[in-house]
Design a protein around this ligand. Structure first.
Ligand code: NDP
Ligand code: OXD
Length: 309
Protein backbone atom coordinates (compact mmCIF):
# COMPACT_ATOMS: atom_id res chain seq x y z
CA UNK A 1 0.00 0.00 0.00
CA UNK A 2 1.53 3.30 -1.06
CA UNK A 3 0.77 6.77 -2.43
CA UNK A 4 2.33 8.10 -5.62
CA UNK A 5 2.51 11.85 -6.22
CA UNK A 6 2.25 12.84 -9.88
CA UNK A 7 2.54 16.47 -10.92
CA UNK A 8 4.74 18.31 -13.39
CA UNK A 9 5.36 21.61 -11.60
CA UNK A 10 8.35 20.48 -9.50
CA UNK A 11 6.25 20.50 -6.32
CA UNK A 12 6.11 16.70 -5.91
CA UNK A 13 8.94 16.64 -3.34
CA UNK A 14 7.26 19.42 -1.35
CA UNK A 15 4.07 17.34 -1.10
CA UNK A 16 6.00 14.16 -0.28
CA UNK A 17 7.87 15.94 2.54
CA UNK A 18 4.63 17.39 3.89
CA UNK A 19 2.93 13.97 3.86
CA UNK A 20 5.88 12.37 5.65
CA UNK A 21 6.03 15.20 8.17
CA UNK A 22 2.40 14.42 9.02
CA UNK A 23 2.91 10.64 9.05
CA UNK A 24 6.48 9.35 8.93
CA UNK A 25 5.32 5.71 8.49
CA UNK A 26 3.57 6.43 5.19
CA UNK A 27 4.82 4.74 2.02
CA UNK A 28 4.90 7.63 -0.44
CA UNK A 29 6.79 8.15 -3.69
CA UNK A 30 7.11 10.88 -6.23
CA UNK A 31 6.53 9.56 -9.74
CA UNK A 32 10.17 10.33 -10.57
CA UNK A 33 11.44 7.78 -7.99
CA UNK A 34 11.90 3.99 -8.31
CA UNK A 35 8.95 2.05 -6.87
CA UNK A 36 6.82 -0.98 -7.58
CA UNK A 37 3.64 0.18 -9.42
CA UNK A 38 1.78 -2.82 -7.90
CA UNK A 39 2.12 -1.19 -4.44
CA UNK A 40 0.31 2.01 -5.36
CA UNK A 41 -3.28 2.32 -4.17
CA UNK A 42 -3.69 6.12 -4.17
CA UNK A 43 -2.47 8.65 -6.74
CA UNK A 44 -2.23 12.24 -5.51
CA UNK A 45 -2.12 14.24 -8.71
CA UNK A 46 -2.14 17.65 -10.30
CA UNK A 47 -2.07 17.87 -14.11
CA UNK A 48 -0.40 14.49 -14.49
CA UNK A 49 1.19 13.44 -17.82
CA UNK A 50 -1.56 11.93 -19.99
CA UNK A 51 -1.73 8.15 -19.64
CA UNK A 52 0.40 8.04 -16.48
CA UNK A 53 -2.53 6.91 -14.28
CA UNK A 54 -2.92 3.71 -16.29
CA UNK A 55 0.32 2.29 -14.88
CA UNK A 56 -1.03 1.14 -11.50
CA UNK A 57 -2.87 -2.21 -11.52
CA UNK A 58 -3.98 -1.89 -7.87
CA UNK A 59 -4.95 1.78 -7.86
CA UNK A 60 -8.06 2.39 -5.72
CA UNK A 61 -8.44 6.18 -5.70
CA UNK A 62 -7.39 9.28 -7.65
CA UNK A 63 -6.99 12.33 -5.42
CA UNK A 64 -6.86 15.66 -7.26
CA UNK A 65 -4.56 18.08 -5.52
CA UNK A 66 -6.78 20.95 -6.61
CA UNK A 67 -10.47 21.80 -6.59
CA UNK A 68 -10.85 21.14 -10.30
CA UNK A 69 -10.88 17.66 -11.84
CA UNK A 70 -11.47 18.51 -15.52
CA UNK A 71 -7.89 17.49 -16.42
CA UNK A 72 -8.58 13.94 -15.15
CA UNK A 73 -11.67 13.47 -17.34
CA UNK A 74 -9.73 14.90 -20.30
CA UNK A 75 -7.24 12.00 -20.08
CA UNK A 76 -8.86 9.13 -22.03
CA UNK A 77 -6.51 6.61 -20.40
CA UNK A 78 -7.25 7.68 -16.81
CA UNK A 79 -9.15 5.00 -14.83
CA UNK A 80 -12.09 7.31 -14.14
CA UNK A 81 -14.26 4.41 -12.93
CA UNK A 82 -12.27 4.66 -9.66
CA UNK A 83 -13.33 7.08 -6.91
CA UNK A 84 -12.01 10.60 -7.61
CA UNK A 85 -11.65 13.12 -4.81
CA UNK A 86 -10.89 16.84 -4.96
CA UNK A 87 -9.71 19.53 -2.57
CA UNK A 88 -12.24 21.45 -0.51
CA UNK A 89 -10.25 23.73 1.76
CA UNK A 90 -10.78 26.95 3.67
CA UNK A 91 -7.55 28.57 2.46
CA UNK A 92 -8.24 27.64 -1.17
CA UNK A 93 -11.61 29.36 -0.82
CA UNK A 94 -10.31 32.37 1.14
CA UNK A 95 -7.39 32.94 -1.26
CA UNK A 96 -9.74 32.84 -4.24
CA UNK A 97 -12.08 35.27 -2.56
CA UNK A 98 -9.22 37.70 -1.77
CA UNK A 99 -7.98 37.51 -5.37
CA UNK A 100 -11.40 38.28 -6.84
CA UNK A 101 -12.05 41.05 -4.29
CA UNK A 102 -8.74 42.67 -5.25
CA UNK A 103 -9.70 42.56 -8.94
CA UNK A 104 -13.17 44.00 -8.37
CA UNK A 105 -11.90 46.85 -6.18
CA UNK A 106 -9.13 47.63 -8.67
CA UNK A 107 -11.76 47.76 -11.42
CA UNK A 108 -14.14 50.04 -9.50
CA UNK A 109 -11.33 52.42 -8.56
CA UNK A 110 -9.55 52.41 -11.98
CA UNK A 111 -6.25 51.20 -10.49
CA UNK A 112 -5.07 49.49 -13.71
CA UNK A 113 -6.03 52.52 -15.76
CA UNK A 114 -3.95 54.84 -13.57
CA UNK A 115 -0.96 52.50 -13.76
CA UNK A 116 -0.91 52.99 -17.52
CA UNK A 117 -1.40 56.76 -17.12
CA UNK A 118 1.49 56.86 -14.64
CA UNK A 119 3.71 55.04 -17.12
CA UNK A 120 2.82 57.67 -19.74
CA UNK A 121 3.04 60.60 -17.24
CA UNK A 122 -0.66 61.46 -17.74
CA UNK A 123 -2.55 63.29 -14.94
CA UNK A 124 -6.23 62.67 -15.69
CA UNK A 125 -8.78 61.89 -12.95
CA UNK A 126 -11.69 59.70 -14.11
CA UNK A 127 -14.92 58.94 -12.30
CA UNK A 128 -14.66 56.01 -9.91
CA UNK A 129 -17.49 53.58 -9.14
CA UNK A 130 -19.05 52.78 -5.75
CA UNK A 131 -19.45 49.32 -4.18
CA UNK A 132 -23.09 49.95 -3.27
CA UNK A 133 -23.98 50.74 -6.89
CA UNK A 134 -22.66 47.44 -8.26
CA UNK A 135 -24.16 44.00 -8.68
CA UNK A 136 -21.74 41.09 -8.80
CA UNK A 137 -22.95 37.88 -10.43
CA UNK A 138 -21.15 34.65 -9.56
CA UNK A 139 -21.47 31.99 -12.25
CA UNK A 140 -20.86 28.72 -10.38
CA UNK A 141 -22.18 29.17 -6.90
CA UNK A 142 -20.44 26.27 -5.13
CA UNK A 143 -17.73 26.04 -2.48
CA UNK A 144 -15.61 28.93 -3.76
CA UNK A 145 -18.47 31.01 -5.11
CA UNK A 146 -20.34 31.02 -1.81
CA UNK A 147 -17.29 32.05 0.23
CA UNK A 148 -16.70 34.87 -2.26
CA UNK A 149 -20.35 35.94 -1.99
CA UNK A 150 -20.16 36.04 1.81
CA UNK A 151 -17.05 38.24 1.66
CA UNK A 152 -18.55 40.53 -0.99
CA UNK A 153 -21.67 41.02 1.14
CA UNK A 154 -19.45 42.09 4.06
CA UNK A 155 -17.98 44.77 1.80
CA UNK A 156 -21.47 46.02 0.92
CA UNK A 157 -21.78 44.64 -2.62
CA UNK A 158 -25.05 43.44 -4.14
CA UNK A 159 -24.49 39.79 -5.01
CA UNK A 160 -26.29 37.10 -6.97
CA UNK A 161 -25.25 33.56 -7.84
CA UNK A 162 -26.08 31.01 -10.52
CA UNK A 163 -25.78 27.24 -10.09
CA UNK A 164 -27.47 23.98 -11.02
CA UNK A 165 -29.41 23.77 -7.77
CA UNK A 166 -30.86 26.70 -5.83
CA UNK A 167 -28.90 27.96 -2.82
CA UNK A 168 -29.97 29.75 0.29
CA UNK A 169 -27.43 32.34 1.40
CA UNK A 170 -28.33 35.43 3.39
CA UNK A 171 -28.71 38.60 1.26
CA UNK A 172 -27.81 36.78 -1.98
CA UNK A 173 -30.27 36.09 -4.77
CA UNK A 174 -29.84 32.55 -6.06
CA UNK A 175 -30.63 31.64 -9.68
CA UNK A 176 -30.74 28.02 -10.79
CA UNK A 177 -30.47 26.25 -14.12
CA UNK A 178 -30.59 27.31 -17.77
CA UNK A 179 -34.10 28.73 -17.41
CA UNK A 180 -32.89 31.43 -15.00
CA UNK A 181 -29.56 32.24 -16.63
CA UNK A 182 -30.84 35.15 -18.76
CA UNK A 183 -32.51 36.81 -15.77
CA UNK A 184 -29.28 36.43 -13.77
CA UNK A 185 -27.19 37.92 -16.59
CA UNK A 186 -29.49 40.89 -17.23
CA UNK A 187 -28.56 42.53 -13.90
CA UNK A 188 -24.95 41.31 -13.51
CA UNK A 189 -22.46 44.17 -13.86
CA UNK A 190 -19.36 42.21 -12.84
CA UNK A 191 -19.49 38.55 -13.86
CA UNK A 192 -17.20 36.15 -11.96
CA UNK A 193 -16.85 32.66 -13.44
CA UNK A 194 -16.26 29.98 -10.80
CA UNK A 195 -17.80 27.04 -12.64
CA UNK A 196 -16.14 23.65 -12.99
CA UNK A 197 -15.18 22.83 -16.58
CA UNK A 198 -17.54 20.15 -17.87
CA UNK A 199 -19.25 19.30 -21.17
CA UNK A 200 -22.12 21.60 -20.15
CA UNK A 201 -19.98 24.59 -19.16
CA UNK A 202 -17.24 24.49 -21.84
CA UNK A 203 -17.45 27.67 -23.92
CA UNK A 204 -20.20 29.18 -21.75
CA UNK A 205 -18.46 32.57 -21.73
CA UNK A 206 -19.34 33.35 -25.32
CA UNK A 207 -20.84 36.18 -27.40
CA UNK A 208 -24.43 35.09 -26.77
CA UNK A 209 -23.89 35.20 -23.00
CA UNK A 210 -21.94 38.48 -23.08
CA UNK A 211 -24.73 40.15 -25.09
CA UNK A 212 -27.17 39.40 -22.25
CA UNK A 213 -25.05 41.37 -19.76
CA UNK A 214 -25.64 45.12 -19.36
CA UNK A 215 -23.41 47.38 -21.46
CA UNK A 216 -20.00 48.00 -19.81
CA UNK A 217 -20.12 44.78 -17.80
CA UNK A 218 -16.77 43.46 -16.56
CA UNK A 219 -15.69 39.79 -16.80
CA UNK A 220 -13.54 37.87 -14.31
CA UNK A 221 -12.62 34.30 -15.28
CA UNK A 222 -10.81 32.46 -12.51
CA UNK A 223 -12.26 29.01 -13.32
CA UNK A 224 -10.83 27.44 -16.49
CA UNK A 225 -9.69 28.74 -19.88
CA UNK A 226 -12.08 26.26 -21.54
CA UNK A 227 -15.06 28.27 -20.28
CA UNK A 228 -14.14 31.22 -22.48
CA UNK A 229 -14.41 31.71 -26.24
CA UNK A 230 -11.37 33.99 -26.57
CA UNK A 231 -12.36 35.55 -29.92
CA UNK A 232 -15.84 36.40 -28.59
CA UNK A 233 -14.36 38.17 -25.57
CA UNK A 234 -12.03 40.24 -27.77
CA UNK A 235 -14.89 41.15 -30.12
CA UNK A 236 -17.12 42.28 -27.24
CA UNK A 237 -14.30 44.30 -25.64
CA UNK A 238 -13.42 45.94 -28.95
CA UNK A 239 -17.02 46.86 -29.81
CA UNK A 240 -17.41 48.46 -26.37
CA UNK A 241 -20.12 46.18 -24.99
CA UNK A 242 -17.78 44.89 -22.27
CA UNK A 243 -15.58 47.33 -20.35
CA UNK A 244 -12.79 44.90 -19.46
CA UNK A 245 -11.77 41.44 -18.32
CA UNK A 246 -9.48 39.86 -15.75
CA UNK A 247 -8.28 36.39 -16.65
CA UNK A 248 -6.37 33.90 -14.51
CA UNK A 249 -6.89 30.82 -16.67
CA UNK A 250 -6.38 30.09 -20.37
CA UNK A 251 -6.93 27.42 -23.02
CA UNK A 252 -3.19 26.93 -23.14
CA UNK A 253 -1.04 27.44 -20.03
CA UNK A 254 1.42 29.10 -20.16
CA UNK A 255 -0.34 31.24 -22.75
CA UNK A 256 1.58 31.44 -26.02
CA UNK A 257 3.37 34.76 -26.41
CA UNK A 258 1.56 35.57 -29.67
CA UNK A 259 -1.90 35.41 -28.06
CA UNK A 260 -3.78 38.77 -28.43
CA UNK A 261 -4.66 38.84 -24.70
CA UNK A 262 -1.09 39.82 -23.78
CA UNK A 263 -1.28 43.21 -25.44
CA UNK A 264 -4.99 43.92 -25.19
CA UNK A 265 -5.50 47.18 -23.23
CA UNK A 266 -8.76 45.94 -21.66
CA UNK A 267 -7.45 42.54 -20.56
CA UNK A 268 -5.77 42.08 -17.20
CA UNK A 269 -3.86 38.79 -16.82
CA UNK A 270 -2.58 36.66 -13.95
CA UNK A 271 -0.81 33.28 -14.45
CA UNK A 272 -3.33 30.74 -13.02
CA UNK A 273 -2.38 31.54 -9.47
CA UNK A 274 -5.57 33.00 -8.00
CA UNK A 275 -5.58 30.28 -5.36
CA UNK A 276 -3.38 27.23 -4.81
CA UNK A 277 -3.66 24.25 -2.46
CA UNK A 278 -1.80 24.88 0.78
CA UNK A 279 0.13 21.75 1.84
CA UNK A 280 -0.38 22.08 5.61
CA UNK A 281 -4.06 22.76 5.28
CA UNK A 282 -4.80 20.10 2.65
CA UNK A 283 -2.67 17.18 3.93
CA UNK A 284 -5.13 16.20 6.72
CA UNK A 285 -7.98 15.55 4.23
CA UNK A 286 -5.63 13.50 2.02
CA UNK A 287 -4.49 11.40 4.99
CA UNK A 288 -8.04 11.01 6.24
CA UNK A 289 -9.11 9.75 2.83
CA UNK A 290 -6.15 7.38 2.70
CA UNK A 291 -7.19 5.95 6.05
CA UNK A 292 -10.79 5.64 4.87
CA UNK A 293 -9.63 3.93 1.70
CA UNK A 294 -7.84 1.23 3.73
CA UNK A 295 -10.95 0.75 5.88
CA UNK A 296 -13.45 0.77 3.01
CA UNK A 297 -15.17 3.84 4.46
CA UNK A 298 -16.85 6.56 2.34
CA UNK A 299 -14.31 9.10 1.05
CA UNK A 300 -14.48 12.86 1.66
CA UNK A 301 -14.94 15.35 -1.19
CA UNK A 302 -15.91 12.77 -3.77
CA UNK A 303 -16.45 13.92 -7.35
CA UNK A 304 -19.72 12.97 -9.02
CA UNK A 305 -19.00 11.00 -12.21
CA UNK A 306 -22.36 11.88 -13.70
CA UNK A 307 -21.93 15.62 -13.07
CA UNK A 308 -18.19 15.68 -13.86
CA UNK A 309 -17.38 17.90 -10.84
P1 NDP B 1 -17.90 23.37 -6.69
O1 NDP B 1 -18.10 22.05 -7.34
O2 NDP B 1 -18.01 23.46 -5.22
O3 NDP B 1 -18.93 24.44 -7.31
C1 NDP B 1 -19.27 24.44 -8.65
C2 NDP B 1 -20.56 25.25 -8.82
O4 NDP B 1 -20.87 25.31 -10.21
C3 NDP B 1 -21.76 24.61 -8.12
O5 NDP B 1 -22.55 25.62 -7.55
C4 NDP B 1 -22.53 23.95 -9.27
O6 NDP B 1 -23.93 23.86 -9.06
C5 NDP B 1 -22.23 24.93 -10.38
N1 NDP B 1 -22.39 24.29 -11.70
C6 NDP B 1 -21.69 23.27 -12.23
N2 NDP B 1 -22.13 22.99 -13.47
C7 NDP B 1 -23.15 23.83 -13.71
C8 NDP B 1 -24.02 24.04 -14.81
N3 NDP B 1 -23.94 23.28 -15.93
N4 NDP B 1 -24.96 25.00 -14.70
C9 NDP B 1 -25.09 25.75 -13.59
N5 NDP B 1 -24.28 25.60 -12.51
C10 NDP B 1 -23.33 24.66 -12.58
O7 NDP B 1 -16.48 23.89 -7.19
P2 NDP B 1 -15.50 24.92 -6.46
O8 NDP B 1 -16.28 26.11 -6.07
O9 NDP B 1 -14.72 24.21 -5.42
O10 NDP B 1 -14.48 25.26 -7.66
C11 NDP B 1 -14.94 25.81 -8.87
C12 NDP B 1 -13.84 25.81 -9.91
O11 NDP B 1 -12.88 26.81 -9.63
C13 NDP B 1 -12.99 24.55 -10.00
O12 NDP B 1 -13.66 23.52 -10.73
C14 NDP B 1 -11.75 25.04 -10.69
O13 NDP B 1 -11.87 24.88 -12.09
C15 NDP B 1 -11.70 26.52 -10.35
N6 NDP B 1 -10.53 26.87 -9.51
C16 NDP B 1 -9.60 27.76 -10.00
C17 NDP B 1 -8.52 28.12 -9.24
C18 NDP B 1 -7.52 29.12 -9.73
O14 NDP B 1 -6.48 29.30 -9.10
N7 NDP B 1 -7.80 29.83 -10.80
C19 NDP B 1 -8.30 27.56 -7.89
C20 NDP B 1 -9.34 26.67 -7.47
C21 NDP B 1 -10.40 26.33 -8.26
P3 NDP B 1 -24.53 22.95 -7.86
O15 NDP B 1 -24.05 23.59 -6.58
O16 NDP B 1 -25.99 23.04 -8.02
O17 NDP B 1 -23.94 21.57 -8.07
C1 OXD C 1 -7.69 24.17 -8.73
C2 OXD C 1 -6.81 25.13 -9.36
O1 OXD C 1 -8.56 23.63 -9.38
O2 OXD C 1 -5.79 25.48 -8.76
O3 OXD C 1 -7.53 23.96 -7.51
O4 OXD C 1 -7.06 25.58 -10.48
Amino acid sequence: MAIVIIRQDNKEQLWKDALLAADSKLAVYTYKEEYNPDDIDMALIWKHPEGSLAEFPNLKCIASNGAGVDYIFEDDKAPTHLPITRVVDKFLAADMSEHVLALILAYLKNIEHYKVDQFNKIWKPIQYKRIADFKIGILGFGTLGQVLATDLIKFGFNVQGWSNSRKSLDKVQSFAGQDELSEFLATTEVLVCLLPLTEETAGILNKELFQQLPKNAYIINVARGGHLVDADLIEMLDNGHLSGASLDVYHQEPLSTDHPFWEHPKVHMTPHYASVSDTNSVIPQILENYRRLQNNEPLLNLVSKTKGY
